[in-house]
Write a new protein. Structure first.
Length: 127
């Protein structure tokens, strides 16, 4: 069984996609950029502030799905500048504990709304 996850505590999708889809014990979270849920505006500031906003938004989607950061098994990070890798890790470590999820980090030419970072992920929870 699959169902859409949609919470008003995280930014509404800016295109024809869902915030997340829960399929059985899996949660597939669409790419999250640093949008302020109440306004839909981009979080201003450096990549650390943008990463913090993304993680807060992800936490609300996980809550709505009955999951937490400990249920995440795979993370993809897209950065416009790979030199910000250390700053991203600083925020990342505040939310994840060992065993860390599998992860891929990729430098990209551009991202929606010209943000510096985007994350998508997969979570799994035994029920």
């Amino acid at each position: 069984m699959k169902r859409e996850i949609l919470t008003l505590k995280a930014p509404a999708p800016i295109g024809p996609y869902s915030q997340a889809i829960k399929a059985g014990n899996f949660l597939f979270l669409s790419g999250q950029i640093p949008l302020i849920p109440e306004t839909g505006e981009v979080e201003k500031g450096d990549v650390k502030l943008q990463m913090e906003r993304i993680m807060k938004n992800i936490s609300h989607i996980l809550d709505d799905a009955g999951m937490s950061f400990s249920d995440i098994v795979k993370v993809n990070i897209y950065l416009k500048d790979l030199s910000s890798f250390a700053e991203v890790n600083e925020i990342y470590e505040k939310y994840f504990k060992k065993p860390y999820p599998a992860r891929t980090t990729i430098e990209v030419k551009g991202l929606p709304k010209n943000v510096d970072i985007e994350l998508d992920l997969i979570a799994f929870k035994d029920e």
